[in-house]
Design a protein around this ligand. Structure first.
Ligand code: SAH
Ligand code: AVI
Length: 366
């Protein structure tokens, strides 16, 4: 049997014990679910790259164009000489737009897809020969120390692509807090977040006509078969996408088309026809949801940008939750707001209850 280069490499690559643990646990629970980070082996990263060029997948081109338009404003707001730390850098295709404008002191890309990260760094080093680059291979949701070489440098976290949406909301808040602690005092964060929009736009973005997203999802099963001695009959499983309106998230599942039995790492699993394995969430956030998320995660949004269709948000935030104007009265924050017309200015009280943000006018400010 002739093997492709990446298949040969993966035969000899060590299996990540965390991958084995998550797969065995995820196949054994009901509903079955495997964390989305395992979609990104080498082949998964290549398929994700192909997704970003699909006509239905609007996030990448939309975010790139927002970034291109906003980058000089961003550079002015953050000031020069920061180390840029990118979370889930992938092929780092948006990064040059930022790096060429912000005069960075160093670049630290972090990604779990190790081989892909190394190749991206090689390409980026050629484009920015004088920029010190310190890649970190690993899971950004774990505890990752930053390289000593950037000690003492001010930092800008860069988290594009709406990868934050692939985490449950509570995990996203935890990650933002860890980022704040890791990046440290005076740090800033530039984050891309996809917005809630019509399901007629969202669903095709995750279920494209050419079947690339289906291949991306099904690749998880090929990876399980390859790395964990699996016997999953991939041809009996299909890619399914749902919009979960209550949770405001796209869900990707792998659905058994018939009753199947297979083994993974020596353990036997059965799935009844129609049963699914939940493989990814992609949460979408309305403008104010995103701001609340950032504040909950220990960041204060200071500016945001969007596209003409208002599909996607790029938000700049600074570390810490202190805001410039409010008085804290009975634990609630009072903000001064500027109305669209003179005389509309007033004060509002913002509070969060029963999972929603409420705004209450407090009348004119004297
Ligand atoms: N930032 C790029 C790529 C987004 S795809 C863009 O905007 O287009 C998501 C990237 O995050 C992939 O490269 C994937 O390998 C990486 N990733 C996903 N979960 C991760 C995790 N837990 N830790 C580190 N990297 C992760
Ligand atoms: C990386 N992440 C933000 C993508 C998304 O849109 O949730 C991953 C993806 N899954 C299917 N298509 C793209």
């Amino acid at each position: 049997m002739l093997l492709q280069k990446n298949e040969r490499e993966s035969l000899f690559a060590e299996v990540d014990p965390a991958f084995r643990g998550d797969v065995l646990k995820g196949l054994g629970i009901k509903p079955r679910a495997i964390p989305a980070r395992w979609l990104y082996d080498r082949r998964g990263s290549e398929l994700f790259e192909a997704i970003t060029a699909l006509p239905e997948y609007y996030p990448t081109r939309t975010e790139r164009s927002i970034l291109s338009c906003a980058v000089s404003d961003i550079a002015a707001l953050i000031g020069p000489k920061r180390a840029v730390v990118e979370f889930g850098s992938g092929s780092s295709t948006k990064t040059p737009i930022l790096l060429s404008e912000v005069s960075p002191t160093a670049y630290v890309p972090i990604d779990i897809s190790a081989e892909f990260l190394r190749e991206s760094v090689t390409a980026l080093s050629a484009a920015f020969p004088n920029l010190p680059i310190f890649p970190i291979e690993g899971d950004f949701t774990g505890t990752l120390g930053l390289p000593e070489a950037i000690d003492g440098m001010a930092r800008l976290g860069f988290f594009p692509g709406s990868t934050i949406g692939n985490l449950l909301v509570s995990d996203a808040v935890d990650l933002l807090r860890v980022m704040a602690a890791t990046l440290g005092a005076d740090s800033m964060l530039l984050i891309g977040i996809d917005r809630i929009k019509d399901a007629n736009i969202l669903l095709p973005a995750y279920d494209d006509a050419q079947g690339v997203t289906a291949a991306f999802n099904l690749n998880l099963l090929h990876r399980i078969n390859r790395e964990l001695s699996g016997t999953v009959p991939v041809d009996a499983v299909s890619h399914v996408v749902r919009w979960n309106d209550v949770e405001a998230r796209i869900e990707m599942h792998l659905k058994a088309a018939r009753d199947v039995q297979f083994s993974v790492d020596g353990r036997i699993f059965s799935m009844a026809s129609g049963e699914t394995i939940h493989t990814e969430n992609s949460f979408k956030y309305a403008v104010r949801d995103a701001r609340v998320l950032l504040r909950a995660g220990g960041w204060t949004p200071i500016a945001d940008w969007t596209d003409q269709k208002e599909f996607f948000s790029l938000i700049l935030a600074k570390v810490g939750t202190a805001v410039s104007a409010p008085n804290h009265v009975n634990g609630r924050a009072i903000f001064r707001v500027m109305g669209p017309h003179k005389g509309d200015e007033g004060r509002v009280e913002l509070f969060y209850a029963y999972g929603k943000m409420y705004v209450q006018a407090l009348g004119q400010q004297d």
